[in-house]
Design a protein around this ligand. Structure first.
Ligand code: ADP
Length: 129
C-alpha cells in the first residue's frame, strides 16, 4: 500500500499592502492608511472647482504673470501643494490659493487638490471679517 506523506510547508508570511493614492496626472498624493481616519485633522481631497465657494474672489485681483507661470508648471508637473479649503456644514470655502485656483480654471481642469479642514460657522465668520 502506498504511503501518503504529507509535507506541511511553513506558513507563508502575510504582508499587508497599502494602496497608493495618486491623482489623475499621476502625482503621488500619499499612501492610504489602514487605520481608522481621525476625525479632526485635515484631509487631502480632489474637489470640483465649482464646488468651492470663494467669497473674496471678486475683491482681490490675481497677478496674471504668477497665474501664467503656475499654468505652465501645473501643466507639466501637476499641482505640488494643495490649496487650503474650509468645510462648514458640507460646503467648501476657499480664501487662499487664488493663483493656483485660477490656473486650474484657465487650464480647464475639473478638480483641484485641496487640504480640507473642518470648521464651524464661527470659523467662517472669522474668515469673512
Ligand atoms: P496662491 O495664490 O495660489 O497661493 P502664490 O503665487 O502665492 O499663489 O503661491 C503659489 C504656490 O503654489 C506656492 O506655494 C507653490 O509652492 C505652489 N505650487 C503648487 N504646485 C506648483 C507648481 N506645479 N508649480 C509652481 N508652484 C506650485
Amino acid at each position: 500500500m502506498a504511503t501518503l506523506s504529507l509535507r506541511l510547508s511553513p506558513p507563508i508570511p502575510t504582508r499587508t499592502f497599502r494602496p497608493i493614492v495618486a491623482s489623475s496626472n499621476g502625482t503621488l498624493l500619499g499612501v492610504a492608511s489602514s487605520r481608522p481616519r481621525s476625525t479632526g485633522g485635515p484631509v487631502i481631497k480632489e474637489i470640483p472647482l465649482e464646488e468651492i465657494r470663494r467669497p473674496l474672489m471678486r475683491t482681490r485681483a490675481n497677478d496674471q504673470n504668477k497665474v501664467k507661470e503656475l499654468m505652465d508648471s501645473i501643466r507639466v508637473i501637476g499641482l505640488q501643494v494643495p490649496i487650503d479649503v474650509l468645510e462648514v456644514d458640507g460646503v467648501y470655502y476657499g480664501f487662499s490659493g487664488c493663483h493656483r485656483y485660477e490656473a486650474h480654471q484657465r487650464l480647464g481642469l475639473p478638480t483641484i487638490r485641496c487640504k480640507v479642514r473642518r470648521g464651524t460657522k464661527e470659523t467662517l465668520r472669522h474668515h469673512l471679517r
